[in-house]
Structures are given as structure tokens and as C-alpha cells.
Design a protein around this ligand. Structure first.
Ligand code: DI6
Ligand code: FE
Length: 401
């Protein structure tokens, strides 16, 4: 079916800018954008359907390129304890923190994980998200990581959203391996990754490079294995300290390095050279009351592509709204609304290896777009959450979220 969508303005996000087409028209066919341009120039196509978008602003469907949306339980109880004065160390000593999410995730059935994650993903979708990345990393053994990744795949099959799944088995040290981090990395490389990859459950490999998680040398062993298996890599780097994980990621042509508050200018240069996207996560920055800002000037000066994501996770960013992250990217990191929107569209697509098919309104890309009833694109970064009136089009068909 060929559809002509008109009576709208388009922020196409081509080249990372608004790249506005006023009084635009879009022709979609077979799930793709067949033509886009000023309405006055629409070619004489035989459309099966003409849709009046009522003067809306059309943007690409939003892409949340870093989430941990699948997990058991949640940690609102710990949040409350912390605000009553219990320290993070005390909570950890009581078996709380990430360990408690690992226990709850291991104990949950695949169906229970699916149902709880579906609610969270649907919340993101109500905000205009049409593509989402979901990481494993709360199972930390083969069976439980498989369970998480299968849930991620199933979410993509049962909801009108594109899901990319990332294996983050190197998120934390499981209790079985305390004091034996090298052995756990060997187990991931020798057993987990080959099996999960062979089952078609892995689109990319990620790790947490930090003093309290895994060292650059351990991460590098994982990256070498990923390369051997033909899988692209990503990295949680420079969130709490500077270990130059982002430079390591760049050496392995990582799709992205994420967090980055403590990165240096040299890291930014390395990332620019490799085309590795900087994924900033203002929800975690806010929730942890971090004060170290990512080096925005260095990232801009060296032309690093900057994406923004929710980091949706139970410990450090229980964020169910990507538009709220747009606002936080602007208020906390001083991004412009244009940079922020590019960060959840065209650059987020690159961070997922989807740059040729997603992220901007261009001929040949998938017809995933949102028609927002707003005054101007900056509204998307301006409002703090809430539900903005919109119509969501995925693969050329309007869906109700
Ligand atoms: N960085 C984070 O902020 C989360 N994971 C990571 O690598 C924390 C995850 C959690 O606390 O559950
Ligand atoms: Fe994360």
C-alpha cells in the first residue's frame, strides 16, 4: 500500500541537524520512505491513501539506544532507604544493589520477566520510541542471560517496536565467581558468548569497564572474542572514573561508548577517529547526583557523534521517558534541543549499527516516524515528561500506543 502523508513540517534529522522541510509530504510504500520533500514537488504517484497530518511536526521515530529494560524486581525500597540515611555500602552489605536485581532476575520466569519488561517498553513507546536496545546483564550465568535475551527478542516480536539485543554478561561479577574475575571473563568468552551468539540472540557485546566491575585488560579479551564471532562491541566507560575504556572501545571500532562523564580529550579524539558514538545518559547522572559533566566541548570540537538514552535500569536510572532524557540532556549537559533530538534519532541509530536504515527521514529508510502536535521541534526537549499528542507511524502504518 502506498500512502501520501501531508500537511506537516518535517525535521528530517539528516546530517544530525533539524534539516527542516516546511509544508512537507512523505510517500511511504512497503514499509519504506519512497519519497520526501516539499508538498509542491510531490511526484504524480498513485497513492492508495492520503493522510492529512493537521500541521504536525514529523520527526523520525525515537530510538532509545541504551536500556536494561528486562530485570526482575525493582529497587525503590533501596531508594527509600538511601533517603532515610542508609549508605550505599550498608545496602550492598545487606545483599542489596545490583546483586539483589541479579537474584530477582534469576528467580523470575521468562514469562514474568516478559510481562514486567513489556510494561516498561510500552511506557517508552508512548513517548514516541519505535526502536530500542535492550541489554542482558542481570543473569550473569548462561541460562539466565539466555532468558533475558529471549525476552528481549520476544518483545520485538510481540510489540510494534524494533529491538536490538546486547549481551552484557560482563556487567558485574556473579556471586559464584567472587575473587575470580578473570575466570568469569574466560567463561563468557569460551561458553556464554559462543552459545548465545549461535542461538541468534546477540546483536552486540557490551561490558562495564570500571574499578568495581571489569578492567580494560579483561574487557579487551571480551572484545577479541566478539570480533572472532563477528559481533560489534559497545562499552560502559568512564562513568565513575577514568580508565580510558572509551579509547579501548575506539580501538575495536565500537559502535558506542556510553556514560563518559570522566573521559578525556584524548578519548574524544580516539572516538572521533573510529566513528564511535558517545552515548550520554543523563538519567543516571541525575539519579546518582553526579557532578562531573561529560566533556561536551571536547566531544563537539572533535566531531564525535553524541546520542542520548534512558539507561532504563532499576539501580541508577529508573527512567521511563526518553523525552525526559532530552530535557535532562539540555538542562544538565547544556545540549541544544537540536543536538538532543539528533541524539535520539540519527546518532542513536548509528550507535546501534542501524544508520543505513533508521534514524532520519530519507528515501529508502524505514517509514518509522512521529507526527507531533507541537509548535516547534524544541518542544520535544522543553516539556518535562507528560503525554504529547501525536500519531505514531511504524513501517508505514499508523499504530496506536
Ligand atoms: N552502569 C550503571 O549505571 C548501571 N549499570 C552500569 O553499568 C547500574 C546497574 C544497577 O545498579 O542495577
Ligand atoms: Fe547502562
Amino acid at each position: 500500500m502506498r500512502t501520501l502523508w501531508q500537511h506537516c513540517h518535517a525535521a528530517t534529522m539528516t546530517d544530525g541537524r533539524y534539516s527542516v522541510i516546511e509544508d512537507a509530504a512523505i510517500v511511504t510504500s512497503a514499509g519504506l520512505i519512497e519519497w520526501i520533500g516539499p508538498r509542491a514537488d510531490v511526484p504524480p504517484v498513485a497513492a492508495d491513501r492520503v493522510v492529512d497530518l493537521g500541521g504536525a511536526w514529523v520527526t523520525p521515530g525515537l530510538i532509545d539506544c541504551h536500556t536494561h529494560a528486562v530485570f526482575g524486581g525493582n529497587r525503590s525500597g533501596e531508594f527509600e532507604q538511601r533517603l532515610q540515611g542508609v549508605s550505599y555500602a550498608e545496602i550492598a552489605a545487606q545483599g542489596g544493589g545490583i546483586a539483589s536485581t541479579v537474584r530477582a532476575t534469576r528467580a523470575a520466569s521468562e514469562d514474568a520477566l516478559f510481562v514486567s519488561a513489556r510494561q516498561r517498553v510500552q511506557a517508552l513507546m508512548r513517548d514516541g520510541v519505535t526502536t530500542i536496545e535492550i541489554k542482558s546483564g542481570y543473569g550473569l550465568d548462561l541460562e539466565s542471560e539466555r532468558k533475558m535475551l529471549r525476552v528481549a527478542r520476544r518483545l520485538g516480536e510481540e510489540l510494534p517496536v524494533t529491538v536490538r539485543s546486547t549481551c552484557l554478561a560482563a556487567h558485574a561479577l556473579p556471586p559464584e565467581y567472587v575473587g575470580r574475575a578473570d575466570d568469569y571473563i574466560a567463561h563468557i568468552c569460551d561458553e556464554m558468548l559462543p552459545a548465545l551468539s549461535a542461538e541468534g540472540l546477540v546483536d552486540a557485546v557490551d561490558a562495564f569497564c570500571e574499578h568495581l566491575a571489569f578492567s580494560p585488560a579483561q574487557v579487551e579479551r571480551l572484545f577479541i572474542k566478539a570480533r572472532e564471532l563477528g559481533l560489534p562491541v559497545k562499552l560502559h566507560a568512564e562513568q565513575l572514573s577514568s580508565l580510558h575504556g572509551s579509547s579501548l572501545a575506539a580501538r575495536y571500532q565500537a559502535l558506542s561508548a556510553d556514560h563518559l562523564e570522566f573521559m578525556t580529550e584524548e578519548d574524544a579524539i580516539a572516538m572521533a577517529q573510529s566513528g564511535t558514538v558517545a552515548v550520554l545518559l543523563p538519567g543516571a547522572f541525575y539519579f546518582l547526583r553526579e557532578t562531573q559533566l561529560p566533556p561536551m566541548d571536547a566531544l563537539r570540537r572533535h566531531g564525535v557523534k553524541i546520542a542520548l538514552a534512558s539507561d532504563l535500569n532499576p539501580g541508577t536510572s529508573p527512567g521511563l521517558s526518553l523525552r525526559l532524557m532530552l530535557n535532562m540532556g539540555c538542562t544538565c549537559f547544556r545540549m541544544t534541543p537540536e543536538e538532543a533530538l539528533a541524539g535520539v534519532t540519527v546518532h542513536a541509530a548509528t550507535a546501534l549499527g542501524l544508520d543505513t536504515s533508521h534514524g532520519s527521514l530519507e528515501v529508502g529508510k524505514v517509514a518509522d516516524f512521529i507526527a507531533w502536535q507541537i509548535e516547534r521541534p524544541a518542544d520535544l526537549s522543553y516539556w518535562l515528561g507528560g503525554d504529547l499528542p501525536k500519531r505514531v507511524v511504524r513501517l508505514g502504518h499508523e499504530i496506536s500506543n
